[in-house]
Design a binder for this molecule. Structure first.
Ligand code: ATP
Length: 252
């Protein structure tokens, strides 16, 4: 799937959210999309899923079957989780049982009789994920799927996405929390300043420079996370505190 000089804004005369995005997404690959709040990650994901059309530029090669889970699952619908998933399967021409295995894997089983508005945020998020996975998607687009998930589901999801990719799906996930960073061969895209850059292609092809930056201790973790999200290897050295006598550690 290829995006060629894609630009998008929500209304005429509104500021451009994305000004010029050219990207290639490959079947079998999981792509992690990062960027600051308001950078345009959700907008990029909606364009990829075909929910919005580019104002300029082209998107080609989009797989026919698309699964999409928005950042906030629209839980204000008068169905139980099970009835909703049955309905979504029927809309796609799939048997009502198509979603059961995904619901089991995401630990949704005992909540299927609960009405959507009565679900917790994390459980509603799981319903959104199950409906996206049920499509047997050639393209799976998940907007911040880890937000609100319990630790067990948060760790179950990356291998599941890796499996889908190995089966040939193109998987795109926005993820503030960097829950995917241990997936092998993760493709990383960073959204900033109206464009989206594939971090691998942005990396210098030749020598690397080492930049030493001193910041207040309280800000160090956040800055390190931001730099890692941009694809830079970061070595964080905290101020030397008191060490146990004879620990023999190198103070660096
Ligand atoms: N439906 C909409 N109508 C008008 N403007 C919108 C709409 N959705 C998003 N925007 C604007 O587009 C810009 C990018 O928003 P977007 O939600 O894509 O960013 P994001 O990177 O996903 O942010 P976050 O990390 O906070 O979820 C913001 O200025 C936002 O206000």
């Amino acid at each position: 799937m290829r995006l060629e000089h894609v630009a998008f804004r929500y209304r005429r005369r509104a500021p451009w959210v994305l000004k010029d995005v050219s990207l290639t997404l490959t079947p079998g690959q999981v792509t992690e999309v990062t960027g600051r709040n308001g950078a345009g990650k959700s907008t990029l994901l909606r364009l990829l899923a075909g929910l919005r059309a580019p104002c300029r530029g082209d998107i080609t090669g989009r797989p026919a079957r698309i699964g999409y889970a928005p950042e906030r699952f629209p839980a204000d619908q008068p169905f139980t989780a099970g009835d909703y998933l049955d309905h979504m399967a029927a809309v796609r021409g799939l048997p009502a049982t198509a979603w059961r295995a995904w619901a089991d894997r995401l630990g949704l089983g005992r909540l299927l009789q609960v009405r959507l508005p009565d679900l917790s945020k994390g459980s509603a998020q799981k319903v959104g994920l199950v409906q996206a996975l049920t499509a047997h998607p050639g393209l799976l687009v998940l907007d911040e799927p880890f937000a609100g998930l319990d630790p067990a589901t948060r760790s179950a999801l990356p291998p599941l996405l890796g499996e889908l990719a190995r089966a040939g799906s193109t998987v795109v996930v926005s993820d503030h929390q960097r829950c995917l960073e241990h997936l092998p061969a993760l493709h990383r895209v960073h959204v900033a300043g109206g464009t989206a850059v594939s971090v691998e292609t942005a990396a210098p092809s030749g020598a690397m420079a080492v930049l030493e930056v001193a910041v207040a201790a309280g800000e160090a973790e956040a800055l390190a996370a931001e730099l890692r999200a941009r694809g830079h290897p970061v070595h964080l050295r905290q101020p030397a505190g008191p060490r146990p006598f004879g620990s023999g550690e190198n103070t660096g």
